[in-house]
Design a protein around this ligand. Structure first.
Ligand code: MEV
Length: 441
């Protein structure tokens, strides 16, 4: 394949031409396909182009909604962006199920964000600590004032900084550990700018101080960056009701047996890492879909969630289940550092629509909505797994995807759907049925 220099400087059309000539010769329609996904409105397209680099087109994903989502006694219509079939349906089914049983509840545990300045310094640790606490810290706080003023006006800011000694793990390795409150913003840019200033101020103060001599004057800032692990920016969401109220014809078993199997399923995800991974994947099906719809950073949320799931030394379920005195309780405990102002939330037209649909929530309210969506998703998946099995629902959606792929007509769809109502769906099976139908016509 041909290499290219100055690719980013090419126009969009030149980029597409280069790709079509060098990488995309599979079909003469490739260029047209790429362009067919451009937005009709050039200004809207420009906004999308500017989100990233070397943009040549857009990659569509389905935008679905879950209505009647009762959370903290308020009804929401939850937007979800996800390409996987059954996720929205499972969430909607859970929402409906819990709507009649008190709905979802959620509460914020805390909203603290963190960042670190990682640095190397060789010298007497105690000397550095007393310098940091008595001299450097107040000066650093003064130095970053212009950067934090605006956030302070909104009720947030830099909460504290402390020096941490990690020299037992790495020669000369220390951190400035900083905690932040960023209100309704995710706050990544704010945190990183403040951290870089903290690093610079500390390095300069050490260099200029008469307390230090020789190599003690050299403080090497390795990096200054927020941590996506935010265990203290956390939310809990739960559902609960008397076991007997779980009775539902869709379960096809008694409420008691359902609860027994459900509880075991959650327990298994606490003791078996293989199951825990799939279990939590299902939770993130729900969480990521809302995160994407609201213009938040799903990679940050996933990274944090998985670290939190392993906080006890073994990767475990993020959800928990308990049955006590005849009451069934199912809950999620998860860190979610989200924003409802700034970043993509302000730029992506569909993120704005999503936030409008949710009633323009603040970050805390969004944290609760997202956690409850993850819980709803997990409830839906476990409910299917311990009753009918997951394939029944999945296959219905899978069939639609196969029919789309094979370009089935409306009439063909109806016939095939009827044919596969009580049959295992497979690509070959559907293709054979369609072929038979088409030969008959
Ligand atoms: C599929 O995307 C997610 C599930 O596998 C989750 C689970 O097994 O709990 C259904």
């Amino acid at each position: 394949m041909k290499t290219v220099s100055g690719f980013s400087k090419l126009t969009k059309l030149e980029k597409i031409n280069f790709l079509v000539e060098n990488y995309l010769q599979s079909s003469s329609k490739n260029s047209e396909t790429i362009k067919s996904f451009w937005h009709d409105d050039a200004e809207a397209q420009r906004i999308f182009d500017d989100f990233s680099e070397n943009t040549i087109t857009n990659f569509y994903a389905p935008y679905g909604v879950v209505p009647n989502f009762l959370l903290n006694d308020k009804i929401y219509c939850v937007p979800m962006v996800i390409e996987e079939s059954s996720v929205v349906a499972a969430c909607a089914k859970s929402a409906k199920f819990w709507q009649d049983r008190g709905g979802f509840k959620a509460k914020i545990i805390d909203t603290e964000k963190v960042g670190q300045v990682h640095f190397i310094w060789k010298g007497e640790s105690e000397k550095l600590f007393s310098f940091f606490n008595e001299t450097a810290k107040p000066k650093i706080l003064e130095y970053v004032k212009p950067l934090v003023q605006n956030m302070e006006k909104r009720g947030g800011g830099l909460k504290d900084i402390e020096l941490r000694d990690h020299t037992d793990k790495e020669d000369g390795y220390y951190q400035v550990w900083a905690t932040f409150e960023t209100c309704d913003a995710m706050g990544a840019n704010f945190i990183n700018s403040v951290l870089e200033s903290i690093g610079k101020s500390l390095r300069d103060q050490v260099f200029e101080s008469e307390l230090f001599v020789g190599t003690e004057k050299e403080l090497l800032v390795v990096m200054a960056i927020l941590s996506n692990y935010t265990p203290n920016c956390r939310v809990q969401a739960w559902v609960e009701c008397p076991v007997k109220e779980l009775e539902d014809s869709g379960l096809e078993m008694s409420a008691e047996l359902f609860v027994e199997k459900f509880q075991r399923a959650v327990r298994i995800a606490h003791i078996d890492v293989n199951r825990a991974t799939t279990h939590n994947k299902g939770i993130f099906n729900g969480i990521d879909a809302v995160i994407l719809a609201t213009g938040n950073d799903f990679r940050a949320i996933e990274a944090c969630g998985h670290t939190y799931a392993a906080k006890d030394g073994q990767y475990k379920s993020l959800t928990h289940c308990e049955v006590k005195d005849g009451m069934f309780k199912f809950w999620i405990d998860i860190p979610l550092a989200l924003g409802t102002v700034g970043g993509l939330t302000a730029l992506h037209p569909m993120a704005k629509i999503s936030l409008d649909m949710l009633g323009r929530p603040g970050a805390k309210e969004l944290m609760m909505i997202v956690a409850a969506s993850g819980l709803a998703q997990n409830f839906g998946a476990l409910r299917s797994l311990v009753t009918s099995g997951i394939q029944k629902g999945h296959m219905k959606m899978h069939l639609i995807n196969i029919l789309n792929q094979l370009e089935a007509t409306e009439e063909e769809r109806e016939v095939v759907k009827r044919e596969f109502e009580n049959q295992v769906v497979s690509f070959q099976g559907v293709r054979a049925t369609l072929a038979k139908l088409r030969n008959l016509q």
